[in-house]
Design a protein. Structure first.
Length: 316
């Protein structure tokens, strides 16, 4: 009696790689780093290396050139990436499609604390009023970019080029010396030369002061003598505490100028910083309609002169 059982090839499933191997390979290729890929996928770096090694063993080819500092694709690695990049993105988009049919959608973004507090949080009520079924999850980071797998866009401070990302200019900042009124009363700053008698406050390093001095030279100013903090909110706090003179973004200190906790000893001496805020999105990764709407909304808000508390141009 015939049972008409389907024919099963014994080696077919044995030769089928796990999807996680491809995800690990793609993450390393996108990031050009095993460490960054492990952060994206919430795995350890050895686990990522093991998954890539298993894929290389299955395909019997080398996918990456590795050195102590760089990770680059081999020709075979590039060929594999071209074949799997779009299918994996399509698979990930399936999740977005299911979200689109659910009661709400969560938009994941990454930004920095000061920009989130002063801009994003102020604008969200207006934006969410247009999208009542949308929730926003913010990841706050400084000095680095995490861009987790669920993140669709980031608003970060830096240069125009970000490896592996498309960047759109959002807004610039004007830097100007600030201090507390108590410090100014104790150490009068009647001319730029008086900065030689002041204690300087640095954001991370002396780079900002060096850049400002190109436009307003102060002969003999010792940049190595001063306090240092690694976050602009702390730099502002140190200045408000009367510890010295800091370079701060004019657009970010409006509330402190208004309440008198900070003053401008040289209000006309503003410099447009070489860095700016940029909206970052993954290359070759389509955005959800909600993310597209948010990007458009942010650009419109930055251009609107009627929005209070936003980062408008101030340099004439």
């Amino acid at each position: 009696m015939s049972t008409n059982k389907p024919v099963v090839t014994p080696c077919s499933t044995a030769r089928l790689p796990h999807l996680s191997w491809f995800m690990a390979f793609k993450a390393v290729a996108d990031r050009q780093s095993f460490t960054e890929a492990s952060r994206d996928l919430h795995l350890t770096q050895p686990a990522i290396s093991q998954q890539v090694a298993k894929l290389e063993a299955l395909l019997k080819t080398k996918l990456f050139f590795r050195t102590s500092r760089t990770v680059t694709l081999t020709e075979e690695g590039k060929r594999l990436y071209d074949k799997i990049d779009m299918p994996i993105n399509t698979l990930l988009n399936v999740v977005d499609e299911f979200h689109a049919h659910s009661d709400y959608y969560t938009l994941h973004i990454e930004t920095e604390p000061v920009f989130s507090r002063q801009v994003v949080s102020q604008l969200l009520p207006q934006f969410l009023g247009r999208h009542p079924n949308l929730l926003v999850a913010q990841m706050l980071t400084t000095q680095h970019l995490d861009f987790l797998p669920q993140t669709e866009l980031a608003i970060k401070w830096g240069e125009s080029h970000w490896e592996g990302f498309d960047s759109q200019f959002l807004c610039g900042l004007d830097y100007v010396p600030v201090c507390s009124p108590e410090y100014l009363a104790k150490y009068p700053l009647n001319s730029l030369a008086d900065l030689n008698k002041a204690v300087l406050i640095h954001d991370r390093d002396v780079t900002d002061w060096q850049y400002w001095l190109k436009y307003y030279p102060v002969p003999g100013l010792d940049l190595q003598k001063g306090h240092v903090a690694s976050e602009c909110n702390v730099v502002m706090s140190l200045a408000m505490s009367g510890l010295g003179v800091a370079l701060c973004a004019y657009q970010q200190i409006q509330e402190h100028l208004a309440d008198g906790t900070l003053v401008l000893p040289f209000p006309e001496h503003k410099v447009r910083h070489s860095r700016a805020y940029y909206i970052l999105t993954r290359k070759n990764k389509p955005l959800s309609p909600e993310a597209v709407s948010f990007v458009q909304f942010m650009h419109e808000a930055m251009l609107s002169a009627s929005q209070p508390g936003l980062y408008r141009d101030t340099i004439d």
